[in-house]
Structures are given as C-alpha cells and as structure tokens.
Design a binder for this molecule. Structure first.
Ligand SMILES: Cc1cc2nc3c(=O)[nH]c(=O)nc-3n(C[C@H](O)[C@H](O)[C@H](O)COP(=O)(O)OP(=O)(O)OC[C@H]3O[C@@H](n4cnc5c(N)ncnc54)[C@H](O)[C@@H]3O)c2cc1C
Length: 421
C-alpha cells in the first residue's frame, strides 16, 4: 500500500503523521491505527526494504506479548563469561526474525488502513490546532499530531545538547568456521575472556564477544564495546574479533553478512514540552545500560497510542495533546529510572575490564527477576533501587568504593533524572 507522492500540493489530512519506517515508526503507526485513527506514515526510502540491524531480545519479552512466533531462533542455553567463569543465565534469549516482524506490522498497516507514503519529511510548521509537514516531494501533510520516529538523529524532535555521548560499537559477522566458535546450539551474551590480548590491552577498552549459533553450521559472532566515548573504532573491534577466533584456532571459512553497529547509549531525554512527539530512538528509548529497545517499543507503543487516541477523542489539540502524549511516553517514574540508568552506565564506563567483569559477575547473581527486570526496564523504582542496594551489598569493596564516589558528571546525570530536570 505505498502511495507515490503526488505532485499536487493540496494538503493530505490525517489524525497522526508518523515519520520513519523503522521498528519505532511501524510499531506506533499500527498501534495508533488500531484506535481507528487516520494515520499517514512517511518513509524516507522504500518502507519495506529489509532493515539492516540484527535484533536480539529476551524470549519472555515477546512471549509476554503473545509474539513469541516472531523469533527466528530461540536459545535455552544462554551464558556469559566473566573473570574466566561461565555463568548460565537460565533464561531464553532469541533472535528476532526481522523480516517477520516487518511483515507483521505491514499486515497491520493494511488491515487498519495506515497510509504509507515514500516521501522523506522535510520541514514542519505548527498551528494552534494542527501541524503541517512538507515532504521533500513538495506534498503537504496536515496532522493533528506529528510523531517523529526517524531514529537516533531525529528530523524534528529536539533534545538538549549533550557532549560526550557514549556509543555502543560492535563489529560482527555471520559466517561458517573451521570449528564452532561457541558451544553448538548456544547463545553467548557477553564473553569478556581476553586471553588472546596482552594483559594491558583490554583494561581501558573492554570488549566482549556476543555470539549465537544460527544453525546449519552458521554462527553470528560480534566483538562489542558496551559503551564508550569516543566510540571504539570498527577496525579495532574487527582486529580483536579476528584475534579471539585465532586464539581458539577457529578460522573463518565463509562470510555471509557483516554488521557494523554504532548507536548512542546515554543520550539525554528529549524536551517533553515540545510539539512533536518522539518514539523509538528519536525519543531516547534505548535502554542506557544495555542498548536494547525493541521490547520497550512493543510494551510502550500501545499505551502511547491509547493516550493519543483518548486525547483526540476529548478534543485535545496543539501543545496540550503533545504534553499528554509525552507524559505517557516518559512518565515521571520512567524519567527517574532513565536518570538512574544513565548514572549507572557512566559508572560502568569508568571501570577497568577486571572491575567491570566483577560488577557483572555480581549483577547476574541477583535473583533472576531483578537482573532481567533491570535489563528490560520493567522494575518500578522501589524494586530498581532495591536491586541496586542488593548489588551493592554483594559487591566486593573494590566495586563498592567505585559505586559510592561520584566522579565527573555522574551525579549531575542522576539528579537530572531524579529531579525531572
Ligand atoms: C546495528 C544495531 C543493532 C542493534 N541491535 C539491537 C538489538 O539486538 N536489540 C534491540 O532491542 N535493539 C537493538 N538496537 C537498538 C535499536 O533497537 C535500533 O537502533 C532500532 O533500529 C531503532 O529503531 P527506530 O525505528 O527508532 O530507528 P531506525 O531503525 O533508525 O529507523 C529510523 C527510520 O526513520 C527513517 N527516516 C529518517 N529520516 C527520515 C525523514 N526525514 N523522513 C522520513 N523517514 C525518515 C529512516 O529511513 C528509518 O526508516 C540496535 C541498533 C543498531 C544500530
């Protein structure tokens, strides 16, 4: 249902205009359309071209939403290696079948009448009761609300300038190897083993292996830097991955795909008093401590759509409608949690590889609902702070000392969140 932009400049009208065609845009556009709202989705390119990224997720996040069928792979054996010790996480992890997810949303677009246009959004003008977006084709779109889901560098959503934004960087490939790079049939979340490096190498730039057995002799292996500013260069990550494989006498026989992953982890939240509402990367929805987002989109999209539908039904418009939407997406509770996570990430980035591994080793010894709730951002504030207190109590003094003393801008990040600034 792609409508080519028409040369006529008569405005096209809708309730909500969604900008983007990634997971964020499709998620919110379909959720809105399910409330019988008229939705136009503006894509910069062919909206159904395959997404470039590999999306992993904890199995229960999809199961809880009845969407477990969207996994291409599910691993029951999921482990990490910290300080040379393997920890079995005891929780399923999955690889999202990105084609199926895209098709799932495409069907919902068709079913609920989302009007999908290939026309990059160019400019925007706000009026008291509506906004007008002009596509680069010259077509004008008039909407009661605009949702910007154009990714981490959004076209319309504004957020405060923040120097030194940490990025997650990874270099990975899908390939066939002379021998299995990880235990067959398993998934490795974080293997910080660094025997292949000289002792000082990993200390200030820790990286880990994220890997999965994709079946039929194919494996995905990725050398990942959780977060760093400036980000670790791909060349370094590639070099480390090659050395890691060499160390295990595992040679690459065939490469099917290469992934170079780079995205911001600790961006500040957008200004919640702006007219355009964000969603996805545009609304800083990436979890600052893990880099995951797809689960959050699926959990939070329906609530945001319901709030917008309710607002429109009540006759709300302009700034009042936008505020209502922002307040739903980033409630005070979620803003506080975001502050805690940004603070936490800043702490992690200052740790040496050994301390970082000690931290994770302690973290994954917490009761499973706590560590998994922390990673999926599903713990309410009291449980989240409870988890942090338990972590502190279990951690050795080398880590406690580090956790206690605020350094650099850590405290500021925490207060920004807690005081809702
Ligand atoms: C390599 C990589 C791997 C990742 N892995 C995971 C993972 O395993 N699990 C997880 O949960 N998260 C992961 N993430 C984080 C996050 O889920 C992704 O970044 C996700 O793609 C963000 O979705 P989004 O829709 O907000 O933005 P994007 O996917 O970036 O989509 C933005 C869309 O907006 C469009 N657009 C841009 N400008 C305009 C315009 N002017 N007009 C119209 N459209 C426009 C773009 O063409 C694109 O379609 C990963 C990120 C990367 C980069």
């Amino acid at each position: 249902m792609i409508h080519p932009p028409s040369p006529v400049s008569e405005a096209l009208l809708c309730d909500v205009l969604v900008v983007g065609a990634g997971p964020g845009a499709l998620c919110i556009a379909t959720a809105l359309a399910q409330h019988q709202l008229q939705v136009i989705l503006l894509a910069a390119q062919d909206p159904w071209q395959p997404w470039p990224n590999t999306y992993g997720i904890w199995g229960h996040e999809l199961d809880d939403l009845g969407l477990g069928f969207l996994l291409a792979h599910r691993w029951h054996h999921c482990s990490s290696v910290f300080l040379g010790e393997e920890l079995n996480h005891g929780l399923d992890y999955g690889l999202i079948d990105k084609h199926s997810l895209q098709q799932y949303w495409r069907q919902l677009c068709i079913q609920h009448g989302v009007c999908v246009k290939q026309d990059p959004a160019g400019t925007i003008h706000h009026h008291p009761s509506h906004s007008e977006v002009c596509g680069v084709s010259g077509q004008l779109y008039r909407a009661r609300l605009v949702v910007d889901a154009s990714g981490h560098r959004p076209i319309f959503v504004q957020r405060p300038h923040c120097p030194g934004v940490a990025q997650q960087a990874a270099y990975g490939l899908v390939g066939r190897f002379s021998k299995p790079p990880i235990r067959p049939g398993s998934f490795v979340l974080m293997d910080y083993g660094a025997s292949h490096l000289s002792p000082e190498e990993p200390q200030h730039q820790p990286t880990f292996l994220y890997a999965m057995d994709l079946g039929n002799g194919r494996y995905f292996v990725e050398e990942t830097s959780l977060a760093a500013y400036p980000p670790l260069p791909f060349a370094l990550l590639k070099h480390r991955l090659e050395r890691r494989l060499q160390w295990h006498s595992c040679s690459l026989e065939q490469v099917y795909e290469v992934e170079q992953c780079l995205f911001p982890m600790n961006l500040p939240l957008p200004n919640r008093r702006q007219r355009v509402v964000g969603f996805g990367g545009a609304a800083t929805m990436v979890h600052p401590a893990s880099g995951y987002m797809v689960g959050a989109l699926l959990r939070r999209g329906p609530g945001l759509a319901a709030a917008i539908a309710q607002g429109l039904e009540k006759g709300c418009n302009g700034m009042a409608l936008s505020r209502m939407a922002w307040q739903n997406l980033w409630s005070d509770d979620l803003v506080r949690r975001h502050g805690i996570y940004r603070f936490g990430l800043e702490k992690l980035m200052a740790l040496s590889s050994k301390d970082l591994q000690t931290f994770f080793h302690t973290f994954f010894q917490l009761p499973q609902p706590l560590w998994s709730g922390f990673l999926t951002n599903t713990l309410p504030i009291p449980s989240l702070t409870g988890a942090m207190v338990r972590l502190f109590a279990r951690a050795p003094w080398t880590i406690r000392r580090h956790l206690i003393w605020p350094q650099g801008r850590e405290l500021n990040l925490l207060l920004t969140g807690l005081l809702l600034r």
